[in-house]
Ligand binder design. Structure first.
Ligand code: ADP
Ligand code: MG
Length: 340
């Protein structure tokens, strides 16, 4: 197990024209599953590659267990990275792929064999050892890539969007497997994704990135319930948090907290909701409409869970309400969280 840390990391490309990482400081806990979540192009892959030693930072440091490793080559860092594309050798068998790093490390043949079998069994690919990558499904390739990373006994796993090549159904089961696998090996893992559902499901903590900076780091419940700024508030959650302008502030509330007044306590903030469209998704009703409250009109989305059985129709106006303790406030110019 290990603690990975980056300190004031900056990474520029094209002689400074592109600043992919713009001053990131971040540390894992021992054995933690830390998820880096952010939109495409925000610097996730660059951050992982810099931690792995595949990129040299422009400034700042990478530390493992408190030791600065910034100048060390990748193989001296005991870090295993699994790439988005899996990067398997197409002409080698599954066995050949898994054993490759052990051969390169000049491990004795019997020990190599033992490790390969162990990793293959752990990942449920023991029956595929003689196949070539092209004879494998996306999920199986992913497991081979993980097995190849695992045999090296890394101190740290870096996983770059490992589920992005799988279809939606397979992704859910693969996510579950990845989590159980990580709990079993208890190796510190940094997992990169642009998918908030993956991040919420997998992460002990989530670091939300945008434009090469960390916007917030915290457990999934914290980044969801108490977003640090309007970027986090709207990037996490589907539909995103409602943000309603009021007195130089933005008042934020989650769609599932805008509910029929009859199911919310009496001291709640009262709102008239004119519903113009309704979507039915996974048992919930998503209502799109215009809310009028405290004299202001705004576009909002309400999400009624299946447990709320009130009849609602598009084209009608209803009494809705929001518990005041669900309201969050943001500075309208900086977007940062602020007081009421
Ligand atoms: P993400 O993985 O979050 O999608 P990346 O780390 O791949 O983002 O990229 C972050 C930014 O850095 C992007 O603007 C990308 O175009 C740029 N970038 C990444 N690698 C290079 C490179 N080798 N040369 C120039 N620009 C790069
Ligand atoms: Mg990437």
């Amino acid at each position: 197990m290990a603690i990975v840390e980056v300190a004031q990391l900056v990474k520029e490309f094209d002689s400074g024209k592109v600043r992919a990482i713009d001053g990131v400081s971040l540390a894992t806990n021992e054995g933690e599953y830390l998820v880096l979540l952010g939109p495409s192009g925000c610097g996730k892959t660059t951050l992982l590659r810099t931690i792995a030693g595949l990129e040299q930072p422009t400034s700042g440091d990478v530390l493992i267990n408190g030791q600065v490793v910034t100048a060390l080559p990748p193989r001296a860092r005991q870090i295993a990275m699994v790439f988005q594309s899996y990067a398997l050798y197409p002409h080698k068998t599954v066995r050949g792929n898994i054993v490759f790093p052990l051969r390169a490390a000049k491990m004795a043949p019997a020990e190599r064999e033992r490790k390969t079998t162990w990793a293959a069994e752990l990942l449920g690919i023991g029956h595929l050892l003689d196949r070539k990558p092209r004879q494998l499904s996306g999920g199986e390739k992913q497991r081979v890539a993980l097995a190849r990373a695992l045999v090296r006994d890394p101190q740290v796993f870096l996983l770059d969007e490992p589920l992005s090549n799988l279809d939606a159904k397979l992704r859910a089961s693969a996510r579950d497997e990845l989590k159980r696998f990580q709990q079993e090996v208890a190796t510190t893992t940094i997992y990169v994704t642009h998918d908030q559902v993956e991040a919420m499901g997998l992460g002990d903590r989530i670091a939300v990135l945008n434009n090469g900076t960390v916007r917030q780091v915290g457990p999934p419940t914290e980044v969801y319930d108490d977003p640090a700024d309007t970027f986090v508030a709207t990037f996490i959650g589907s539909p995103p948090m409602n943000l309603v302008p009021n007195d130089g502030k933005l008042v934020g509330f989650r769609p599932e907290h805008l509910l029929p007044a009859s199911v919310v306590g009496a001291d709640a903030l009262q709102v008239k909701l004119a519903v113009d469209r309704m979507e039915y998704l996974s048992g919930d009703r998503h209502l799109y409409g215009t809310a009028t409250g405290a004299g202001e009109k705004s576009r909002v989305i309400a999400r009624l869970p299946a447990t709320v059985t009130s009849e609602v129709h598009a084209g009608e106006t209803y009494d809705f309400a929001i518990n005041r303790n669900r309201l969050r406030y943001f500075d309208a110019s900086t977007g940062l969280r602020t007081q009421p």
